[in-house]
Design a protein around this ligand. Structure first.
Ligand code: SAH
Ligand code: SF4
Ligand code: F3S
Length: 440
């Protein structure tokens, strides 16, 4: 009998959301979560393959668990997520200890599949890419004490950026029903969640005809009205689909946080074209200028990669120049990584590894200066912090600003889940430090 479970989550917020769904489903069926995989009867590994590195990490964790299972044959070992979708049945051959391989769109049938494995030790592969049935909501107190949660509004991607594997493993775009989304949001709020991030590979293209036309902008407006929701965020936005209407929402939905993650990927039009991104650097600069006009306090974060095939020094300089112009609050930066089956994989003029590393270092050095400067600018200012808990390192309270910056602060009130005004004393590289104002 399977009684305890452990889920290892790698990859993006969509995977975290999927793992939360899996955990709720297990608890609903009477299983208990444990903190170490070695203590579990069921181990699920939720994987990412967006670059070579996370794929290697997933395979190495799977290798470790397969070795462990030789000593504990009763263990049920499952691989789910994007690696499961990409490699399917071949994983069962490669890893004889594996019981289950399941893609993201199959997760709604996890219990039925586990039942089959439990009763007659079948090995199961489920990697259908068509949209599955809606997932039942059974939160049952799962989010109590969590304050923040993700909520998926659409899944899949139709963009096929030339470097990207995501559309190949997550399938085509499917928007969830607005009723389902609003119900889930209400359930989260009723358990004490105050900060919700709407998720999708490309949230701007949300569309649903159901009692009228629902666009992302209209959905945002409805969710923004929910009582008890203090902070609303979303990710990821694609610059080519960021409409003026959506930009205006930052000025008129009061609980929509002044933070936008808007990946730009490259600053050279030639490279953007090769990536099939569908916008120019000029358009990107125009969008960020408009956002700052509507919400001067907006924090803009982004994704960028270096060493895309054919990227010259001059192209790279254009990326640095765009970073200097926009002054991102923070930036996720990556070395281009070949993904099998994508268009970019077949492109000539690959950039060698040492050059990619050198470019990444230059870029990260520049961004560190900008982030540090922006955080220092907040010294002496008051910010509003949603308190999430206690920092492990120094016993200070910790939380985030509406712009998503981490704040560690002293306070004589140890309460979590409340909004507190904090006076910033130090702007550090990865966080802010300050003191709560009176009654905080
Ligand atoms: N849907 C999101 C991002 C998905 S992947 C979007 O469109 O922005 C997250 C980030 O990983 C991307 O923004 C990109 O910067 C990076 N990435 C994706 N494929 C990559 C590859 N082959 N090599 C390096 N980085 C990659
Ligand atoms: Fe990948 Fe592009 Fe889709 Fe983002 S928009 S998931 S980068 S194909
Ligand atoms: Fe990774 Fe899949 Fe997310 S490849 S980035 S876990 S959609």
């Amino acid at each position: 009998m399977t009684k305890t479970f452990y889920i290892k989550t790698m990859g993006c917020q969509m995977n975290e959301y999927d793992s939360d769904f899996l955990a709720q489903s297990m608890i609903h069926h009477g299983l208990f979560p444990v903190d170490e995989p070695e203590d579990a009867d069921l181990v699920l590994i939720n994987t990412c393959i967006v670059r070579a590195k996370p794929e290697q990490k997933a395979l190495s964790f799977l290798g470790r668990m397969s070795a462990f299972k030789k000593r504990k044959p009763g263990l049920i070992l499952g691989l789910v997520g994007c690696l499961a979708q990409k490699d399917g049945a071949s994983l069962l051959k490669r890893f004889p200890q594996l019981d289950l391989v399941m893609g993201p769109r199959e997760l709604s049938s996890i219990q039925e599949v586990l039942g089959r494995i439990d009763s007659d030790r079948q090995r199961v592969v489920a990697t259908r890419l068509e949209p599955g049935p809606p997932r039942p909501i059974h939160t049952l107190g799962y989010f109590e004490g969590r304050i923040k949660a993700h909520l998926s509004i659409m899944e899949g991607c139709n963009n096929f950026c030339s470097y990207c594997i995501v559309p190949h493993v997550r399938g085509r775009e499917v928007s969830r029903s607005p009723d389902e989304i609003l119900d889930e949001a209400r359930a989260l709020i009723s358990e004490g969640v105050r900060d919700i991030t709407l998720l999708g590979q490309n949230v701007n293209s949300y569309f649903r005809e159901e009692g009228g036309r629902w666009t992302f902008s209209s959905l945002l407006r409805e969710i923004g009205k929910l009582e008890g929701l203090w902070r609303l965020r979303f990710t990821t936005s694609h610059p080519k689909d960021l409409s003026d209407e959506l930009i205006r929402r930052f000025g008129d939905i009061s609980n929509l946080c002044p933070h936008l993650h808007l990946p730009f990927q490259a600053g050279s039009n030639r490279i953007l074209k090769g990536m099939k991104r569908g916008y120019t650097r000029e358009r990107y600069l125009e969008l960020t200028a408009k956002l700052k006009e509507v919400r001067p306090d907006i924090s803009i974060t982004s994704d960028v990669m270096v060493g895309f095939p054919g990227e010259s020094r001059a192209d790279f300089e254009l990326t640095l120049d765009l970073i200097r112009q926009v002054e991102f609050d923070s930036l996720f930066s990556f070395k281009y990584s070949d993904r099998k089956g994508t268009l970019a994989e077949k492109m000539p003029e690959k950039i060698d590894e040492p050059e990619k590393t050198a470019r990444l270092n230059t870029l990260q050095h520049l961004q560190r200066q900008i982030t540090f400067k922006k955080n220092r600018e907040l010294e002496g200012k008051q910010v509003e912090v949603l308190v999430e808990g206690q920092s492990k390192k120094n016993k200070m309270l910790t939380g985030r600003t509406p712009s998503n910056k981490i704040v560690n602060f002293t306070s004589n009130n140890g309460k979590f889940g409340i909004l507190v005004k904090v006076l910033i004393k130090d702007g550090l590289l990865n966080s802010l430090r300050g003191d709560a104002l009176k009654n905080g």
